[in-house]
Design a protein around this ligand. Structure first.
Ligand code: DC
Length: 225
């Protein structure tokens, strides 16, 4: 059976960087579950599906085909044979993804895709409901958090560096908080800190310190000698 490291937390808490590094240290495939919600959102917007109409989103989501391929230490997603890349990282997608993620059928479809990835081997999976709903029985579950200010600063830096957007820190923070609110109050699989998870507040920690904390909390035998 494959080992699964599950990591949840709000946007900008550092889940992607941490899980990518932990994955590469251990030889586990990195799985970005948020990208699947972003792909669904991107396809809805492209096809003119109203993301506020949950029945329309549910019917459409069923038809979106996403191919999962292990590649370069991560699971790569292909839509129509192509990687969506930064097309799923725009402020417009940010603004609609949480809404699409409230739809039960979308969550069921993505949960089933994620669970199926264990066929490729050991995984480190990051998201909002990985520790609570997708892999709740994993013995390595983490909740990564940080202050809203720290998260907005990081997310803005990332957007500017990638040339995706150049919004003020205030605007980025407002968008993060709006998504947090939807993600943590939705009916199905809301973002919450589950019992028994290891919580790490990364506000005043370096990336290396967070990675070390995660590595140190893994079950015996999961760390390489
Ligand atoms: O991590 P991210 O910002 O790329 O996630 C995009 C959206 O998808 C976010 O608004 C919450 C949602 N999401 C979710 O509901 N469950 C997950 N496991 C991952 C992401």
């Amino acid at each position: 059976m494959s080992n699964v490291i599950a990591m949840d937390g709000p946007s900008g808490a550092g889940k992607s960087s941490v899980s990518r590094i932990v994955g590469s240290k251990l030889g586990y495939l990195h799985v970005d579950s948020g990208a699947l919600y972003r792909i669904m959102t991107w396809r809805c917007l492209e096809e003119g599906v109203d993301t506020a109409d949950s029945s329309a989103v549910a019917a459409f989501a069923e038809k979106v085909e996403i191919e999962c391929v292990p590649e370069g230490g991560r699971i790569m997603y292909l839509v129509g044979g192509e990687e969506p890349g930064d097309r799923i990282r725009t402020p417009e997608i940010n603004a609609h993804a949480s809404e699409v993620a409230t739809v039960k059928e979308v969550r069921e479809r993505i949960t089933s895709i994620l669970r199926g990835l264990v066929r490729f081997g050991d995984l480190v999976v990051e998201g909002r409901d990985i520790t609570t709903a997708v892999f709740p029985d994993s013995p390595a579950r983490f909740y990564l958090t940080a202050s809203a200010e720290a998260r907005a600063r990081r997310r803005r830096k990332e957007e500017v560096e990638k040339g995706i957007a150049n919004q003020s820190e205030e605007a980025v923070k407002a968008s993060l908080l709006a998504r947090d609110a939807i993600d943590s109050t939705r009916k199905y699989a809301p973002l919450r800190k589950a019992d028994g998870v290891v919580e790490i507040d990364s506000s005043d920690l370096t990336l290396d310190q967070v990675v070390e904390t995660v590595m140190g909390a893994l079950p015996d035998g999961w760390r390489k000698a």
